[in-house]
Design a protein around this ligand. Structure first.
Ligand code: ADP
Length: 746
């Protein structure tokens, strides 16, 4: 073996190799130009995990064949360039203990040359840094992971040096503040983005708090560089120096705008709900269904229970204590029911602290396991004390009125909107001797109505029900002794605000006595009429005779007297006729004798007759139809109608001098109209003038004598002809009376 270190004394060389290199803490080996190991220190052997004997005198790539590809070129480079090769943290594959491992070495390949300049050795220095590198890699990976995690969870990180205000932050922070990724933002710039109010009231306060607790936390609003308003949430930690001065702050920041928007929306909808509840005066509560402990009593809930919501609060036990002992069972039942139906509902009395008793109504819904939460009841409370009192007073007043209704002798009944009668007072039972239930059966009341009136009674009642018009009918009811008495039944519909019938309220008044008196009166009128007829006819006959004999006398007084007597007798006759008619109408004994006749002829003849007696007015007649008009009616009665209208037209137009009569056809009716230009009437009078004895009141009444029965009879005649009579009139302008008769009568 050649002397490799000829300048070093032999002994020293050996010493250095043996003692110094051998013991150094780095691996050291020598391979010659043929890559044969000539020296390796303990550390080197340790690193490659070989025994000295395994390698000395052996070729490097025979011992470590796996390294050939990795190292040969490096050695070649060193050979050519004659420069040492340094490679820190060189990644390397090495078989150790039979396993190929990834290792990291800090390498130095130092070529050693002979005096003649030939390459003699490669000195290989190796320090294993595998652990160091892997720890560092691990840290790097961790950091990367953290970065990815924060970035993907939209969390920015920041690191603030509190001493010089230098801040380091992740790119996502720039994004939150709407800066370019590359922009360098100072801490002060960042702070300037915080809305002034929040900076003073939230951020600075959070910092003060952090100085005490070490925890930095806030949610505040910022305006991004591009002008967008955002909500951010920050969580951080303060680090202190050994002397206790804060030196550094680390933390994360998130953009929580979306969440806040939702929170605000939620708060708004809560607010709306509360406003709505407020308007309905409902209190609210939530209750854990399993434990039945209540919580979340709203302020109104508390105030209904007599607590000052601002300063007091209660728990479920306190609430229960307020429930009137008598109603505890009701509540328990309702809670049980809620489990089955999902609905909680009960009314209970409660006793307040001051002893006051109130009624409350609880309504709630059982919400089962909503999103994993425990089943709970969400509900409302309502103070129904007033309602209850109202109900009570209604019941009392109903009782009172029933008592009253039962106490009076008049028959009172109530019907539903469909006409079915559902209530009768005691007088009904007392009179008829029938029991209550027999009246409630459909049409049960009809049983006591006289057979002669049953049909008409039903017809009129159904008509009233259908048209929602008042009902009025005179009929006989059978009493418990099977005798009939006359009753006048009337009913009016009670309408709701939409015009629908709520109820019918009816009365039946005993008019039997009145009827009897009426009958007497009618009998009297008939007899009187009959008895007076003979003397009147006789007088009239003699007057006619006298007029014929002395009508052309020179004696003006005589002539005038005869005319006056004749006129007055006619009037008397007319009056007697009307009185007789009215008594006949009332006792239903005014028969019609119908026949076909020419209406045109009737009208013209009647006008002629009137003209003969009354010369004050001109009567103009107009036929507005191409041909004669034939009707089927009682000729005398229709004459009476027209006569009456014409007489009235003349009578009530003293300052006018004409009356217009028109005959025409409208639809399937013949119409006769009588128009005058007299005193007329106010519109409110118009539907009353056809009533019996009705006369327009006022000063005219004196001027125009009369009984007020003419139009009543006219109306009755027209009704019984299924014809119509109507009037239009204007005060001081005149009136137009029309009557119509159906053309197709059979
Ligand atoms: P009377 O005997 O009073 O005329 P009627 O029944 O014929 O009775 O008429 C009832 C009321 O109607 C009269 O009192 C009068 O006030 C009013 N009346 C009837 N016809 C006319 C008319 N043509 N013009 C104005 N008022 C009239």
């Amino acid at each position: 073996m050649k002397d490799k270190f000829p300048n070093i004394p032999y002994g020293l060389k050996e010493y250095v190799l043996e003692n110094v290199l051998q013991k150094t803490p780095f691996g050291f080996s020598l391979v010659n130009e043929d890559y044969i190991f000539e020296f390796a220190n303990d550390e080197w052997l340790n690193i490659v995990q070989k025994k000295r004997a395994d390698i000395l005198g052996k070729k490097m790539f025979d011992v470590f064949p796996e390294t050939k590809d990795q190292l040969l070129s490096i050695f070649d480079d060193v050979k050519i360039n004659k420069q040492p090769f340094y490679s820190p943290e060189q990644s390397f594959k090495l078989k150790r203990a039979g396993v190929l491992q990834d290792v990291f070495f800090n390498f130095v390949y130092q070529p050693i040359y002979s005096d003649s300049g030939d390459l003699q050795y490669f000195a290989i220095v190796v320090i294993e840094v595998t652990d160091l590198v892997s720890i560092r890699n691990k840290i790097k990976n961790e950091e990367e992971r953290l970065r990815l995690a924060t970035e993907s969870s939209h969390t920015a990180t920041w690191d603030l040096n509190l001493k010089n205000s230098k801040i380091i932050y992740s790119t996502y922070l720039s994004e939150i503040f709407e800066y370019d990724e590359a922009a360098e933002i100072t801490h002060q710039q960042l702070r300037n983005h915080v809305i002034e109010y929040d900076r003073v009231n939230i951020v600075e306060k959070a910092f003060e708090q952090a100085l005490i607790t070490g925890k930095y936390q806030y949610e505040a609003r910022i305006i991004g560089k591009k002008g967008n308003l955002k909500w951010v949430s920050t969580n951080g930690k303060i680090f202190f120096d050994q002397d206790g001065t804060p030196s550094r702050m680390l933390g994360v920041m998130q953009d929580i705008t979306e969440r806040k928007k939702n929170e605000i929306l939620l708060a708004e909808s809560h607010h709306q709900l509360n406003t709505a509840l407020d308007a309905t005066k409902l209190g609210r509560f939530d209750m854990d269904y399993e434990t039945q402990k209540k919580y979340n009593f709203s302020p109104r809930f508390l105030s209904i229970l007599g607590y000052d919501a601002e300063t007091e609060t209660i728990d479920s036990k306190k609430f229960e204590d307020h429930i009137h002992p008598k109603y505890l069972k009701v509540r328990t039942e309702a809670l049980k029911q809620a489990k089955e139906t999902g609905d909680l509902y009960y009314q209970t009395k409660i006793i307040l602290r001051n002893g006051e008793v109130k009624w409350i109504e609880i309504y709630g819904r059982l919400l089962e396991n909503y999103q994993g939460s425990k089943p709970y009841i969400s509900g409302t409370i309502r103070d129904i004390t007033e309602l209850k009192e109202f109900e009570k007073s209604i019941k009392e007043s109903e009782k009172k009125y029933r008592f009253l209704a039962d106490a009076i002798p008049q028959i009172i009944w109530i019907g539903e909107s469909d006409g079915q009668l559902t209530y009768f007072n005691q007088a009904t039972m007392d009179y008829s001797g029938k029991n209550y239930n027999s009246f409630l059966e459909k049409g049960g009341w009809l049983d006591i109505v006289h057979p002669d009136e049953k049909e008409e009674n039903m017809r009129l009642w159904n008509e009233s029900v259908k048209n929602k018009m008042p009902f009025s009918y005179e009929h006989r009811f059978r009493n418990k002794n099977n005798e009939y008495r006359w009753f006048l039944s009337r009913a009016i519909p009670q309408l709701d605000e939409f015009g629908a019938v709520k109820k019918w309220v009816g009365t039946s008044t005993d008019i039997d006595e009145m009827k009897r008196l009426d009958q007497h009166k009618n009998d009297f009128i008939k007899i009187a009429n009959h008895e007076l007829k003979t003397p009147i006819t006789t007088i009239k006959g003699y007057v006619q005779l006298l007029k014929k004999m002395r009508g052309d006398s020179e004696d003006q007084f005589l002539v005038n007297s005869l005319n006056t007597i004749d006129n007055q007798i006619n009037k008397l006759n007319h009056l007697m006729g009307e009185l007789l008619d009215i008594s006949r109408i009332e006792s239903g004994q005014l028969p019609l004798h119908k026949d076909y006749f020419s209406l045109l002829k009737l009208v013209t003849e009647t006008i002629e007759d009137i003209k003969a007696a009354e010369q004050t007015h001109q009567i103009n007649f107009k036929l507005k139809h191409a041909s004669d008009i034939e009707v089927f009616a009682d000729k005398d009665r229709i004459t009476q109608v027209l006569n009456n209208l014409l007489t009235n037209a003349i009578k009530y137009s003293p300052t006018a001098n004409k009356v217009k009569v028109t005959l025409f056809v409208e639809g399937d009716c013949a119409v006769v109209s009588v128009q005058d230009f007299g005193i007329g009437m106010d519109s409110y009078e118009l539907n009353k003038i056809f009533d019996r004895f009705y006369r327009v009141s006022g000063k005219d009444e004196v001027t125009f004598p009369g009984f007020g029965i003419g139009l009543f009879i006219v109306k009755d005649i027209m009704d019984r002809h299924k014809g119509k009579i109507w009037v239009t009139s204007e005060k001081n302008e005149g009136s137009t009376f029309c009557f119509s008769l159906p053309l197709l009568e059979n």
